[in-house]
Design a protein. Structure first.
Length: 281
């Protein structure tokens, strides 16, 4: 099914959690001189217009990145992320929002590489256009990211960060994510893998983190942000989570600083909360 367009949700609370954590992961990899690959299995369009089209319809960004940019007391991890968003809007305001591939492109160094997958034909076309000047640093494929991941591991530099964030519109995604990671860890056990997922009242969403905890990684970190009390009718996303396999040791401290702040600033009612778990085998 190819109906999902991330532009509807660009810059919302889920993007804030995903992208500020992504930036922390990339910055950690940059601490070593050795090159690495960034692999994005569901890359989307790369950059999103907020003042027109899909994103303008529900304006979800107003209660996400919009709230952060209005503050002057951001903790350091969130301030770095906000500065990156501002760099895409040099004239002030908030007209454009960066997707995961754009954030990675700004962070990667000369010898690092991006491998981007996007199956939706319209978003793939936009992704190619947005990355036309990246040259050989970025490879954009109109392909299923789960399948494409298999061919890339292990990467030549033996260092990589993989982001997996399917839309979860189909129940199959909840099975495909742990299956893909199981295979990935067999091929490349030392890679870092970040999984985004929505907080929904459906059983598959609640069970996914527990499935990921059973994977044979050296360590894992699980962070979730609830921004509102789940609706009485059982529908809608009330938050999101990020599950990182083989996380850097610095990530937990950054989240301990940022997550209470996000609850306070992005929370929409008394149900706002966060969860932070870490385990090392």
């Amino acid at each position: 099914m190819l109906s999902y367009r991330h532009a509807f949700h660009a810059g919302n609370h889920a993007d804030v959690l995903k992208h500020f954590m992504l930036l922390q992961l990339l910055q950690y990899l940059n601490q070593k001189d050795k090159a690495y690959w960034y692999i994005d299995t569901h890359a989307g369009a790369g950059v999103y217009a907020l003042d027109q089209g899909y994103a303008a319809k529900n304006a979800e960004y107003a209660d996400g990145i919009g709230r952060l940019l209005a503050r002057d007391d951001l903790p350091a991890p969130l301030a770095e992320y906000a500065a990156l968003v501002r760099s895409l809007n040099p004239n002030g305001g908030l007209r454009l929002y960066p997707g995961s591939p754009w954030i990675a492109l700004q962070t990667l160094r000369q010898d690092d590489r991006l491998r981007l997958f996007e199956l939706h034909p319209s978003d793939h076309e936009l992704l190619q256009e947005n990355f036309r000047d990246a040259g050989r640093r970025a490879t954009v494929e109109a392909a299923d990211g789960f399948a494409g991941l298999k061919a890339l591991l292990p990467p030549p530099p033996r260092r990589a960060l993989v982001l997996i964030d399917p839309p979860y519109e189909e129940k199959q995604d909840y099975q495909r994510v742990p299956a893909a990671l199981q295979g990935a860890l067999k091929r490349f056990a030392t890679g870092s893998y970040a999984v985004w997922y929505p907080l929904l009242q459906r059983q598959e969403s609640r069970q996914l983190p527990e499935k990921l905890k059973t994977l044979p990684a050296n360590s894992w970190l699980h962070a979730s942000l609830t921004v509102a009390t789940p609706s009485a009718d059982g529908f809608g996303m009330h938050g999101s989570g990020m599950f990182v396999l083989n996380p850097p040791w610095t990530l937990k401290a950054a989240l301990q600083d940022a997550m209470p702040y996000l609850v306070r600033v992005l929370g929409q009612d008394a149900g706002a909360a966060y969860q932070l778990e870490f385990h090392e085998n």
